[in-house]
Structures are given as structure tokens and as C-alpha cells.
Design a protein around this ligand. Structure first.
Ligand code: UD1
Length: 421
């Protein structure tokens, strides 16, 4: 298994291009199943999760080809008639469950294994299942698979989510585009990836209003047609690289960055002592002075502070002056990076959904292990500012969500290399 070596110390200067959003692309790709005509996605990220979704869609009979070294995906489902999403693929990635809604809508049938994904909590599917039942589907759990049937098609319904689930909002929004009548999703997720998916579905002929608010209305139509859609900027990759100069010093410009994707995160950076300015091409980030200040963080659905940036922010707060409390409200088990950061000299106490971080002067390089996607990158960031060398093993998690991480950080002067083993 490959590992990554980072030697800390040097300031970072230059620019980093930000890719299209993994989480948007993983929702956009299954939208192909809703139409017999081709869907072209531009600005796609080159990641192993995208490969996993490609494998899954191909196993359902869809055709997926990639152009321009993977930046453009052309998907066609005119022959996609297999409703079975097999455990062997689904277990690799929770977002596989996003084929459930499109399969049900187009074929009236779906057999989808319960998903796996990052080991960061129970991550059940009850919100999805309850919604599809309200739309007339009959769903049974057999042998680890959800068997969903709607032989006469789905019907529009008013659906009240008990939590603003991102995946359930995407799944139900896609299915509702072809349902008979009107569907209203109340307490819908408001993430930028939801708006991106709604934009793409509208380009395919869907009638959707209210995306980006907590009530989305979808009028079902007879069929959807082909479209070309650019994937929105990856706000999590953006936030991650915005932190690099906050850790190491220097000034980095994030090409394609937008503050509106990350307002809550930018507000926290300001309180910590990190300046973010808008430029013609994106955002520039620089520390205001030599010391960072402690701050409290609560993860929440958008527009709150994103859970997917909690690990990276915790790593930064390890050397901030004072005590920070981080509260994780989305995933109950998402502090697995804390013991690894402790091995680098951080002072962190985890109790239930809270982590208390007391700032130390400096972290020290150490061998550490990546436990999930965002935890892995938090260890790389910590290594950029640590004394000496940090060796991060199990970096295959990183390939799921960060394209060319080593090249992007080397491009701004980081001492980082990937060791093939
Ligand atoms: C998506 C993102 C993930 C991000 C998360 C929260 C993708 C591919 N992944 O994941 O990176 O961390 O949003 O912003 O877009 N829940 C239930 N029942 C359900 C569904 C979810 O209880 O039926 C719970 C989950 O266990 C979790 C919380 O709701 O505790 C958030 O889940 P959800 O918003 O659905 O996240 P995902 O779509 O899986």
C-alpha cells in the first residue's frame, strides 16, 4: 500500500487549481439512468470514487466513456435495463445508493445493496426508504438488499424529511422528475451539490423549483432528454487547500474558488486569523500574523460548517492559541483523526460528539495512519507545519476524493512525495 511523506517547515506560495466536486459528480452520474439520451458532464474530477460509480452504472447496462483525460464523462443509458446494484460495487461507496431513485423512476424496479463507504457512523437509509414508500413504492429488505418495486410508476407526494439528508434529497429529487404529479420535499438539504444536480436535471427537461432552499418542488414530466452540464467546484477540496497556507505560511491562490460555497468556513478562518480575499480567478489565502486563535466549531448541514472540513480544521486548531471545542453533529463517529494527531503531539480530548483541542506550539512529524478520506488529508496538512517528517500510510482513502494531491501541493512548494509500495 502506498504512503505519503511530508516534510514540514516551508511556506507555500503559488496557485492550486480546484477540481469539479466529487459529491456533485457522484449524484449527477446516476441521473443518466433517467433518460435514454446521452448526458455529458464536463469539469469532472479524476478520482477513484468516480471510477466506482462508472463501474456501477456499467454493471446496470449504462455506457460511460471518458474524454479529455477524464475531465469529460459521456453517459448513455439507452440500454440500461439491469435493476440490480450488486454488493461487490456498492460496498465500496455509500453514494452508490443514488441509483435507487433513478432506477425506480425509469424501470419501476430496483434491487440495491445497502451501502458501505467511509467508516464514520451508522449512515442508515431510512429517510430514502420512507420517501419512496410515500411515492408508492413497495420496499423490502432481503439478504442485505433493498428490493423496491413501483410497477405502475412513482406518484408525486409531500415528503417531510426528519433530517436534511443530502443523499435522500438527491435520490428523491431525481426520482420525482419522472413521477406522476407534484412532489414537495420539506426539510430538504440545501447544499450547493443539490443545486448543481437540480440545474443539470432542468437542462434535461425536469421541472424543479426551490432547490437551495429547504422546500423543493418537482413537477413530474413524461421523459427527460440529453444535456451537457459542467460539474460545480469542489468546495471541500477548496476548503482543504485554503487551509494549506494557514498551516504553513505563505500565500496561495485557489483557482475557481468561491466564497459563497464556504461562507461559514471563511467566517471561522477570519476568527482564527486567516485572511481570504476574492480575486478575478478565485480566492487568495494568507495568515494575518504568526499566531492563530482558538475557535469553537459546530458541524451542521449547509449553510453551516461542513462536516467534511472538520478533520482538516481540527488539525489546524492543534497549534492555535487557546482551547477550541469541535462539536460533530452530522456523523457520530467522526473523530478518528484525533488519536493520529495526538501522535504528532496534539492535545485533544474526545468525549462523545465533542473534541476539545488545546493548542500546542508545534506539531512533530510521526508515522500516522489515514482512517478515512478527510482524516487522511488532515494528516497531510498537519505534516506541512510539523517539525520533521510525517509518513502517512493507507493513503488509498485519499484517491477517493483528492485528484493529484501530491502534485498540487508540490506546485506551491510543499515537500511531499508519494512512496509506491
Ligand atoms: C453526503 C456527502 C458526504 C457528507 C454528507 C453530509 C456525498 C456523496 N457524500 O453524504 O461527503 O459528509 O453528505 O454533508 O454527497 N441519515 C439517516 N438516514 C438516512 C440518510 C442519512 O439517518 O436515510 C443520517 C446519516 O447517518 C448521517 C446524516 O444523516 O448521520 C447525514 O447523512 P446524509 O446527509 O444523507 O449524507 P450522505 O448523502 O450520505
Amino acid at each position: 500500500m502506498d504512503s505519503i511523506n511530508v516534510t514540514g517547515g516551508g511556506a507555500l506560495n503559488g496557485e492550486i487549481p480546484i477540481a469539479g466536486a466529487k459529491n456533485a459528480c457522484l449524484a449527477l452520474m446516476p441521473a443518466t439512468l433517467l433518460s435514454a439520451e446521452p448526458l455529458t458532464l464536463t469539469n469532472a474530477p479524476r478520482l477513484s470514487d468516480i471510477k466506482t460509480m462508472t463501474d456501477l452504472l456499467q454493471s446496470l447496462g449504462a455506457e460511460v466513456s471518458s474524454l479529455d483525460e477524464g475531465r469529460v464523462l459521456v453517459l448513455s443509458s439507452h440500454n440500461a435495463d439491469n435493476p440490480l446494484a450488486h454488493y461487490d460495487i456498492v460496498r465500496k461507496m455509500r453514494a452508490s445508493n443514488l441509483v435507487l431513485g433513478p432506477l425506480l423512476a425509469r424501470h419501476g424496479k430496483a434491487i440495491v445493496s445497502l451501502p458501505g463507504g467511509c467508516a464514520i457512523g451508522a449512515r442508515p437509509m431510512d429517510i430514502h426508504v420512507t420517501a419512496f414508500e410515500a411515492m408508492g413504492a413497495v420496499i423490502e429488505l432481503k439478504d442485505g438488499y433493498l428490493h423496491a418495486d413501483a410497477p405502475n410508476g412513482l406518484k408525486g407526494a409531500v415528503i417531510d424529511f426528519h433530517f436534511a439528508s443530502v443523499g435522500a434529497t438527491e435520490n428523491v429529487m431525481m426520482a420525482a422528475t419522472l413521477a406522476k404529479g407534484t412532489t414537495i420535499i420539506n426539510n430538504a438539504a440545501r447544499e450547493p451539490e443539490i443545486v448543481d444536480l437540480a440545474d443539470c436535471l432542468r437542462r434535461m427537461g425536469a421541472q424543479i423549483t426551490g432547490d437551495g432552499t429547504s422546500s423543493i418542488t418537482i413537477e413530474g414530466v413524461e421523459s427527460l432528454h440529453g444535456a451537457t452540464h459542467p460539474v460545480v467546484t469542489d468546495r471541500i477540496e477548496l476548503g482543504t487547500y485554503m487551509l494549506a497556507p494557514a498551516f504553513a505560511g505563505g500565500e496561495v491562490e485557489l483557482i475557481g474558488g468561491r466564497i459563497d460555497l464556504l461562507q461559514a468556513f471563511v467566517d471561522k478562518l477570519d476568527q482564527i486569523g486567516v485572511d481570504v480575499t476574492e480575486t478575478k480567478r478565485g480566492l487568495k489565502v494568507k495568515r494575518r500574523g504568526d499566531t492563530l486563535k482558538a475557535v469553537d466549531i459546530v458541524t451542521e448541514p449547509f449553510p453551516g460548517f461542513p462536516t467534511d472540513l472538520q478533520a482538516q480544521m481540527m488539525a489546524l486548531l492543534c497549534t492555535a492559541e487557546g482551547t477550541s471545542v469541535l462539536e460533530e453533529k452530522i456523523f457520530e463517529n467522526r473523530f478518528m483523526h484525533a488519536p493520529e494527531l495526538t501522535r504528532m503531539g496534539a492535545s485533544i480530548e474526545v468525549q462523545g460528539g465533542h473534541a476539545t483541542v488545546t493548542g500546542v506550539k508545534k506539531l512533530k512529524g510521526a508515522p500516522v495512519m489515514a482512517t478515512d478520506l478527510r482524516a487522511s488529508v488532515s494528516l497531510i496538512l498537519a505534516g506541512l507545519a510539523a517539525e520533521g517528517e510525517t509518513k502517512i500510510s493507507r493513503v488509498y482513502h485519499l484517491d477517493r476524493g483528492y485528484e493529484h494531491v501530491v502534485a498540487k501541493l508540490r506546485g506551491v512548494g510543499a515537500q511531499i512525495e508519494r512512496i509506491k509500495e
